[in-house]
Design a protein around this ligand. Structure first.
Ligand code: HEM
Length: 80
């Protein structure tokens, strides 16, 4: 697991900083018994391709970078 000290304390400056934060966030999700169950057993989540999408998603949200072009709501509709 990434130690909390490696989380940037200054403003996020780009995709590399976002990656550290997103990776740490999902490490915590995967350790959490309730949340990991939803991702692993209900959504049957494939973490490999998902994390780069999340870096692009947050980069687009934070910096209007335009690197994420999908509809973020779409995959969640099928989970209900
Ligand atoms: C318990 C909460 C959540 C669950 C179970 C969940 C589940 C999922 C699943 C199953 C996918 C499809 C993964 C794939 O096929 O690659 C997905 C994609 C995604 N999720 Fe979530 N999600 C959750 C919360 C969130 C939140 C809070 C956000 C943003 C604030 C978010 C943003 C996204 C984005 C950007 C994608 C990629 C969509 C795409 O372009 O294909 N999700 N999520």
């Amino acid at each position: 697991m990434i130690p909390p000290d490696s989380i940037p304390h200054a403003d996020l400056l780009g995709r590399d900083d976002i990656k550290v934060l997103v990776d740490y966030f999902y490490e915590k999700v995967r350790e959490d018994l309730l949340l990991s169950f939803i991702f692993d057993d209900i959504a049957e989540f494939d973490w490999g391709p998902h994390l780069p999408k999340m870096y692009d998603f947050w980069k687009t949200m934070l910096f209007q970078s335009g690197s994420y072009h999908e509809n973020p709501l779409r995959p969640h509709l099928g989970l209900s």
